[in-house]
Design a protein around this ligand. Structure first.
Ligand SMILES: Cc1cc2nc3c(=O)[nH]c(=O)nc-3n(C[C@H](O)[C@H](O)[C@H](O)COP(=O)(O)O)c2cc1C
Length: 429
């Protein structure tokens, strides 16, 4: 946890789902302020002023989204908090569900109230059972205190939040697939445009969907003001963000840093560096769907715009460090298999593309590849990139392209040796 303000995480005594420590630390003050003092446009303006951008992957401006739903001509609206979290290397929402359930509930109450949602939900990864139980306990406590449920804060308004167990697939975290699955249908993404949730969401009505972390920032911003939030970060990406750090580091974990902090700071200062005797070979700064960066790029600032400019992306800040003892073909194959297994199969280029990419990658890793396969891989990436109703297949293609661009020599070595050079050579008689 960073020591200085502004920051997302607060130190609380006792169980995180216990409401008393949260109240003592000023929790639910922003919620009271919203109900008693601010009007809805005032809330949206403060969020806009803060420059908060969604932490679920796309970095979309949160205030703009809220504004769109609040002023939608259709008055039946819904709110869903996306706690689907299923990407390899991303576990910060789980951390928040565990450590800050009241902060999340407060953010959800504010969001639902602001857009005048008819019903509100938190869609949780089905594997997060303990977190879900604790969140339910926290919600019951908030209701007992009159902060949620019937006649909220004596205002005569009813505002309940329902916890919804997710379908348990990666694609189910994509917002339109999530909304489909909440209506009892297969978790398959909708075509966008035109089916953006802000226009056509749950039951075909305008729906505000926000990520767990995005919503946890909301009470802090409304309590301390937008200017407090923008004290750190970059001009276009203000505030702090939680980084899930995994792979070849001494201290994997969830770390909060201002946006725009260098990759090196996360790995060295927070992650304690790579294990002794090894060096950084590559880093996935935004999970497996974005291009890797190499050891000479560790001074890159970690924010949505800087990483995009550098040809990669921040996503939901699932940072995976790869060391020099790792075979990049095997590493790429591992994630290609993930994309193949997680494709929902709805869009043919994704269904076929992810299978073919993983098959070619396996062929090369097993020492059965030919130089032609490298051309085929690149051609296939070109065909499938940008197709599909969601970005899964684009991620699968970007992964392979980036691996081939940065580590082509490793692919060629596999082909020349007819085996993985990182595996011991077979003993011949
Ligand atoms: C394949 C896929 C999986 C996704 N999984 C999640 C997820 O688990 N949680 C999440 O908040 N966003 C996820 N997203 C992004 C959501 O579609 C959406 O952009 C986000 O929930 C919006 O919230 P935000 O504006 O607060 O970031 C995923 C997107 C894709 C393409």
């Amino acid at each position: 946890m960073i020591a200085s303000e502004p920051r997302l995480l607060q130190e609380l005594e006792g169980s995180p789902w216990d409401i008393e420590p949260y109240l003592r630390a000023g929790g639910y003050e922003a919620w009271r302020k919203c109900v008693n003092e601010l009007d809805r446009d005032g809330i949206v303006n403060e969020i806009k002023q803060s420059g908060l951008r969604g932490r679920g992957g796309a970095g979309f401006p949160t205030g703009t989204k809220w504004d769109k739903v609040l002023h939608h001509r259709v008055k039946e609206r819904y709110f869903v908090c996306n706690a689907g979290e299923h990407e390899p290397g991303t576990f910060k929402d789980r951390y928040l569900l565990k450590q800050a359930p009241h902060q999340l509930l407060e953010g959800c109450l504010i969001a639902a109230y602001t857009v005048q949602a008819k019903a509100s939900f938190i869609y949780i990864n089905h594997e997060y059972q303990e977190e879900r139980e604790n969140l339910q306990k926290a919600l019951e406590q908030a209701k007992t205190k009159g902060l949620a449920g019937r006649n909220v804060l004596g205002s005569g308004m009813n505002l309940d939040i329902e916890l919804f167990s997710g379908q348990g697939s990666y694609v189910a975290g994509e917002e339109t697939a999530m909304l489909e699955s909440m209506q009892g249908r297969p978790a398959m993404p909708r075509q966008k445009p035109p089916f953006y949730p802000t226009d056509f969401g749950l039951y075909g009505k305008p729906t505000l969907v926000n990520n767990v972390e995005t919503l946890c920032h909301v009470p802090r911003i409304l309590k301390h003001g937008a200017a407090w939030f923008t004290k750190v970060g970059t001009e276009k990406c203000p505030g702090t963000m939680l980084f899930s750090l995994s792979g070849a580091v001494n201290k994997p974990g969830v770390y909060e840093m201002p946006l725009g902090s260098p990759v090196r700071r996360l790995i060295e200062e927070f992650g304690g560096g790579v294990p002794a005797g090894r060096k950084v070979k590559a880093v996935f700064p935004g999970g497996p769907s974005f291009s890797m960066i190499t050891a000479d790029q560790l001074d890159l600032p970690m924010d949505f715009d800087s990483l995009k400019k550098a040809g990669t992306g921040l996503g939901s800040a699932g940072v995976i460090v790869v060391d020099d003892a790792t075979c990049m073909v095997a590493q790429t194959l591992k994630f290609s298999d993930f994309f193949k297994n997680e494709s929902c199969g709805q869009c043919p280029p994704c269904r076929m593309g992810t299978i073919n990419l993983a098959t070619l990658m396996a062929k090369i890793e097993q020492g059965e590849g030919s130089p032609k396969d490298l051309d085929s891989l690149l051609q296939l990436c070109g065909f499938v990139k940008g197709t599909g109703y969601c970005t899964l297949v684009t991620g699968a293609a970007v992964l392979v392209q980036s691996s081939l661009r940065l580590f082509r020599h490793e692919f060629e070595e596999h082909i020349a040796l007819k085996r993985c050079p990182y595996q011991p050579a077979p003993v011949t008689a």
